[in-house]
Write a protein that binds this ligand. Structure first.
Ligand code: GL7
Length: 810
């Protein structure tokens, strides 16, 4: 039966009455939301079950994507879009007097990730289902997501994200108690001979019940639904009595309570290691249990199972897989190792030294002694295998255990058949620098997979007006097949279309201006350039470079209020890790600068500075369509890829960029004339590291502009930053400016003047914007995941694109 408005409305009212015994007119938005989700879920569940059955029937190879973070944001709209229900629901709700947007707003953001890495995992999940690949996610069901950010007197304050306690809770999950597994941690282990095998005997170990919560990941118009499995730690019923005190129980439940809020630089904490082993062990156990249900022997498991290690956090997959093949399945070491390496693949997401995880040996021994034994044996065999064949120092540098620590990236590379970086420049750096020795050992294992983004969420959902005018030109096929967006280029001289682009942008800016006014009380002019920098607050991302330019502009305007600049609204969104003092100081300085500038009428509103609180996926969806300028200004070599650069170009923003991460590939796609490049290259940065010839203090002393701007940080020009201003001043001068902010400052000013000049020629601007939209299709995550599937995992697509939309009788 075809789903139409009448049927939908009838089913919706019936479900509302069954669930809550009320009519539409009496229902709260939460009740309406819950009812809608329940309908959506019961409809896609038919396909979900079928997807599983098809996998089994065809004996498909399945991939499991292990990630300690998934950052999906809200799922309602994306599920509706992918099911082909979106417009139908909006129209039906209108007919019965419900405001769809208000209902959708009830959903809490599922913020089980910090930033780029977690969001990438969520975009991949969407693309993998939409391309019909048999790939399931495996992660942690944190009770508290990433903290909520508030500003109090300009300082960041963190509040807990109690997303599961909101009225809406998590409508999408299904608790599958019957699929729980037991994870063993702590205690001691002894190996005893039994029936010709070495059997581990655990003493004083803690048993933890791992309960999976499954979330359906609905593919776009293809009846295909994959699973994101998130694990929660509980106390096993059988040993309830062993945990008589609240404190003892809490120790178990704490494992999945909070997401660590540090992105990139993780402090080596015991609980974090427990989290890592917990979701690795639960996931690997459940994969092997499932596999064994349908296969007699396990010695060819790599033909039917692939495990992806997303950054080093799940690197213990290597050892856990070995543990089960050895201790439970009694394979020989050689056979187990061969299967493990064939099964595992690994993505590196950063070259920041502090983010390359290491764990102290005693700590790993305390968390899981058997895993340490296995890691030590892998290390021992690695060294023995290379001894005499390779330079001894290289062996020392690459071994897994050295200096009293376990090097997780080494475990991941040695234990996998594939290691990839996330943009060409990043992969090149892995080969030439960070993982160079491994590249010498295993050149064939290294490959690049440049990141991508889900065009469905970042264009169709976030910018429906833009999607609609694209439909008018290209028809709707581009929604299935991203590459078709390229055809937009041919309208480069179509003045009418260019004007339409400008109108859409203006509407999006008006909407954002309204939101800014509601949230901050500051009025901004939608015809000004909306200059956007949205990402985590990190020294290497150089929000500070942006801030210094803002201060310069302000000083210039104070001196000459008639200065002819194009009015700009500088928009920031950024959370800082709670323990990252320097980043928090930058937030304070931006906020105080904003307060000063926004309330100074002498500059006639020519510039405004807006720092929106609590940057998250939902806020990104509102900012990105309204951006004119995308700030991608990290120190060359430091940003592995970046993905907001892709989302912003897709929405027609022009990029101001250094030659870093995926910016390099964006430039290759759009051409040097359609992007604003500046700053040091990776080679120049590395040369400075080698010859130590950078002296930032000289820039302060010899460059009058820099002198004046830096002084403003410490001389009271910007109020209320006595401590923070000095801290930043010192970092840029006496502490020699780690990220070359002063070195790149002049070039940054130059390129920003060019931005102003270009903006004055609106036709040219719209043409550049159009090229950016058209070329963004190269960064569709649909394309990226196809490369993972064929080049790393060797799995095929099992769904037909463009199948009937999901619309079962309800
Ligand atoms: C990151 C990189 O910093 C970022 O450049 C990249 O786009 C992202 C996804 O590959 O991964 N690495 C990392 O540790 N975090 C990132 O966002 C937190």
């Amino acid at each position: 039966m075809e789903l139409d408005k009448t049927l939908f409305i009838e089913s919706f009212k019936k479900r509302l009455s069954q669930k809550y015994a009320i009519d539409v007119s009496d229902a709260t938005n939460s009740e309406l939301y819950d009812t809608l989700c329940s309908l959506v879920k019961s409809s896609y569940s038919v396909s979900w079950r079928q997807t599983w059955k098809d996998y089994l029937k065809e004996n498909e190879k399945q991939v499991y994507y292990f990630s300690i973070e998934f950052l999906p944001g809200k799922l309602l709209k994306s599920n509706l879009l992918n099911m082909g229900w979106y417009q139908l629901v909006i129209d039906s709700f209108k007919e019965i007097g419900i405001d769809f947007e208000q209902v959708a707003a009830v959903e809490p953001d599922m913020a089980l990730g910090n930033g780029g890495l977690g969001r990438l995992a969520a975009d991949f999940m969407d693309s993998l289902a939409s391309e019909g690949y048999p790939v399931n996610g495996n992660g942690i069901r944190y009770r508290y997501g990433l903290f909520k950010q508030r500003f109090v007197n300009g300082y960041q304050v963190e509040l807990p994200d109690e997303w599961l306690k909101t009225a809406a809770g998590n409508a999408w999950e299904i608790r599958r108690a019957s699929k729980a597994v037991t994870v063993t941690m702590g205690g001691h282990v002894e190996l005893v001979q039994k029936n010709g095998y070495l059997e581990p005997i655990y003493k004083d170990a803690t048993l933890i019940k791992a309960v999976p919560y499954d979330v359906g990941i609905v593919g776009y118009h293809n009846q295909h639904v994959n699973t994101l499995r998130l694990w929660s730690a509980e106390i096993p019923e059988a040993v309830e009595s062993c945990y008589p005190t609240i404190e003892a129980r809490r120790q178990i439940e704490d494992i999945t309570t909070v997401l660590y809020p540090d992105d990139s630089n993780e402090a080596g904490r015991r609980l974090r290691l427990k989290q890592e082993y917990f979701f690795v062990s639960a996931g690997v156990q459940s994969i092997i249990r499932h596999y064994k249900k349908y296969h007699e022997t396990i010695d060819q498991i790599s033909q039917r199972v692939a495990i992806h290690i997303n950054d080093t956090h799940p690197a213990m997959c290597v050892a856990e897989f070995m543990r089960i093949l050895l201790d439970e399945e009694h394979l020989s070491w050689e056979k187990a190792w061969e299967q493990t390496v064939k099964t595992m693949s690994y993505t590196n997401h950063t070259i920041m030294a502090e983010a390359l995880e290491t764990w102290d040996i005693p700590l790993l021994n305390e968390i899981q002694p058997r895993i340490l034994q296995i890691v030590a044996e892998i290390d021992h065999r690695f060294v023995a295998h290379l001894a005499g064949k390779m330079d001894g120092q290289l062996i020392e540098r690459t071994r897994i255990i050295s200096g009293g620590k376990v090097h997780m990236a080494h475990l991941a590379v040695i234990g996998s058949h594939s290691t990839n970086g996330v943009a060409q420049l990043h992969t090149d750096l892995l080969k030439s620098d960070v993982l160079r020795d491994f590249y010498t050992l295993y050149p064939e294992r290294f490959n690049n997979k440049t990141n991508g983004i889900a065009l469905r969420r970042w264009l169709q959902l976030a910018n429906p007006e833009l999607a609609a005018i694209i439909d008018q030109k290209l028809g709707r096929n581009w929604r299935q097949n991203a590459c078709q967006l390229q055809q937009l280029q041919q309208y480069n001289t179509d003045e009418q279309f260019l004007k339409k682009l400008a109108v859409v942008k203006l509407h999006n800016k008006q909407r954002l201006a309204k939101l800014i006014e509601e949230r901050t009380g500051v009025t901004v002019d939608p015809t000004a350039i909306f200059d956007v920098q949205i990402k985590r607050l990190h020294a290497y991302k150089r929000q500070l470079l942006n801030l210094l330019r803002i201060i310069k502009l302000y000083l210039d305007l104070k001196e000459n209020p008639d200065l002819a600049i194009v009015p700009r609204v500088f928009i920031f969104g950024a959370k800082a890790a709670p323990s990252y003092h320097y980043a928090k100081s930058i937030i304070k300085c931006i906020n105080e600068t904003a307060a000063l500038i926004n309330h100074d009428s002498t500059i006639q509103g020519k510039i405004k500075v807006i720092f929106l609180e609590n940057y998250d996926v939902s806020l990104a969806e509102q900012i990105i369509p309204a951006a004119d300028i995308s700030e991608q200004i990290s120190t060359a070599s430091k940003e592995a890829s970046g993905t907001s650069n892709m989302k912003l170009m897709l929405n027609g923003a022009l990029t101001v960029a250094t030659l870093d991460g995926a910016n390099v590939e964006i430039k290759e796609q759009v051409g040097a004339d359609n992007i604003f490049m500046f700053g040091l290259t990776k080679q120049e940065v590395y040369r400075y590291y080698q010859d130590h010839s950078y002296h930032s203090l000289d820039y302060y002393h010899h460059n009058l502009v820099i002198h004046r701007v830096l002084d403003a940080l410490i001389d009271g020009t910007i109020p209320n930053i006595a401590a923070e201003g000095h801290e930043i001043f010192d970092s840029l001068t006496y502490l020699n400016d780690d990220y070359f902010v002063l070195r790149d400052f002049e070039d940054y000013l130059r390129i920003q003047d060019q931005v102003d000049e270009t903006y004055r020629d609106q036709k040219k601007w719209q043409q550049m914007s159009l090229i950016n939209i058209a070329k963004a299709c190269h960064f569709s995550s649909d394309i990226t995941v196809k490369k993972y599937a064929s080049e790393i995992w060797q799995v095929r697509s099992v769904a037909q694109k463009g199948g009937v939309n999901i619309g079962y009788p309800l």
